[in-house]
Write a protein that binds this ligand. Structure first.
Ligand SMILES: Cc1cc2nc3c(=O)[nH]c(=O)nc-3n(C[C@H](O)[C@H](O)[C@H](O)COP(=O)(O)OP(=O)(O)OC[C@H]3O[C@@H](n4cnc5c(N)ncnc54)[C@H](O)[C@@H]3O)c2cc1C
Length: 408
């Protein structure tokens, strides 16, 4: 029997595997796909680099040649100058939790995940690709005992003391146990593709992730450079606005792009390199993210709207917290829900701040740039935007800003 079986080899599962290997804990990752496999193409927050630094992956990432991301630019609705956030504004602030660099990277996730897998393997991680988990097995008392997976034409059972769900939006355990819930207040959908010929503006604007507010209920769009020629372009809107349009994703996408003049200019001569993809479920969570013999990390635990590019940073940070709790649980000889519970408590606290921050953003949008410009809130907002949440400090700040606008 292995100690830990990890379902899913994305950033969360691979970071966990790497950390467990470094701690000498027996484990195996089962990934249904084969790296490199396609992903959105995303901007990382500095907090993701902190975790990559901790596991020793940062030098490899630095060598990989991904475009640097010096920060974010928010384009107001009125076509005014964009409001810019620079990650290096945090430098030297003792309140900021050690982001190793004053910049981050835009990552072609297919490549990033493959590099992370190779690095994890070089640290001793055991990863089996082409292994699709069908279900988690439980004993008569409701404790997870292992997984059943299809590997090639074989169906095999892998017993383990702890099962970790890192299956991303699949939320395998959340669905199997009926624990998955949607956030009814933030019913957002996303559409995205890679484009060539996007006008990103001059430097340094062109190097940043760019967010465009749109005159559509809870509508905004992003541009993220993937390389010199390719740009990841996407938009997020309220599901009801998309459904009301009732004209298919291509026409809806074009209409949204046309509704914002700065965005329309950026995409005037652009050509999609892939079909638009729809992400139907942008805000969900599990009622509990640990139980007897199991826990969930990364997107398998919860997903909050991608407006602040927090996904990968949050996923890999959750994997690090999970490592600590798993280590302590195995050392103490107890893998029941109570032993794993500290992971859930910490993760829920952090997730609540992100959820409220995202709600605040949608509550004040497009006036978010007013908050960013305000001397009272700018530094604190920048703190949150680099990705490492301090629940007490940041939760208080988000609450204060929310009370200014009459609550969330
Ligand atoms: C539109 C959009 C834009 C985004 N933009 C950003 C951004 O700019 N910056 C950012 O940081 N984040 C962004 N994100 C979020 C980011 O993609 C996720 O948060 C991140 O991928 C989470 O990593 P993960 O390891 O938890 O899940 P994933 O990366 O989804 O990995 C899960 C893995 O599990 C595997 N799997 C699934 N089911 C099974 C099974 N049954 N058996 C075995 N394996 C299985 C999958 O093949 C996959 O490899 C965005 C997300 C969306 C939808």
């Amino acid at each position: 029997m292995t100690d830990v079986v990890i379902m899913g080899g994305g950033p969360a599962g691979l970071t966990l595997a790497c950390s467990l290997a470094q701690a000498g804990i027996r484990h195996v990752v089962l990934e249904r796909g084969h790296h490199p496999r396609p992903r959105v193409g995303e901007s990382l927050l500095p907090s993701a680099l902190r975790v990559f630094d901790e596991i020793g992956f940062l030098p490899m990432l630095d060598e990989a040649g991904f475009p640097r991301s010096p920060g974010v630019a928010y384009h107001p609705l009125d076509d005014d100058e964009p409001v810019v956030v620079d990650y290096d504004e945090f430098g030297g602030d003792p309140g900021v939790q050690g982001a190793p660099r004053g910049y981050s990277y835009h990552a072609d996730r297919a490549r990033l995940d493959m590099l992370l897998m190779k690095y994890a393997e070089s640290e001793g991680a055991r990863i089996v690709q082409g292994a699709a988990v069908r279900e988690v097995e439980f004993d008569g008392d409701g404790a997870a005992t292992g997984v059943r997976a299809d590997v090639g034409t074989e169906s095999i059972t892998i017993p383990a003391r702890i099962v970790v769900d890192a299956t991303g939006h699949q939320t395998l355990l959340g669905r199997q146990l009926g624990l998955r819930t949607r956030d009814p207040e933030l019913d957002q959908i996303g559409l995205h593709a890679w484009f060539e010929g996007v006008y990103r503006g001059g430097r340094p604007l062109s190097e940043r992730a760019q967010i465009f507010f749109l005159p559509i209920h809870r509508g905004w769009a992003w541009l993220s450079p993937i390389n010199e020629h390719i740009t990841s372009v996407g938009l997020v809107t309220n599901r009801s606005s998309f459904q009301a349009w009732d004209a298919g994703i291509d026409r809806y996408f074009r209409a949204c792009v046309g509704s914002g003049s700065a965005l329309a200019r950026a995409l005037e001569g652009a050509r999609p390199l892939k079909d638009l993809r729809a992400e139907p479920s942008m805000n969900y969570g599990l009622e509990q993210i640990c139980g007897d013999g199991w826990l969930a990390v990364g997107d398998a635990a919860r997903f909050v709207d991608p407006v602040f590019s927090s996904g990968v940073g949050v996923a890999v940070a959750s994997a690090r917290r999970a490592t600590e709790v798993i280590q302590a649980a195995l050392a103490g000889g107890r893998t029941d829900a109570a032993a794993l519970r500290p992971y859930q408590d910490q993760t829920f606290e952090i997730a609540a701040v992100w959820r409220d921050f995202v709600r605040l953003y949608y509550r004040v949008m497009p006036g978010f740039t007013v908050l960013l410009r305000s001397p009272r809130y700018r530094t604190s907002l920048l703190r949150i935007l680099q990705g490492d949440i301090d629940p007490e400090l940041d939760g208080g700040l988000v609450g204060e800003m929310a009370s200014l606008v009459g609550g969330l």
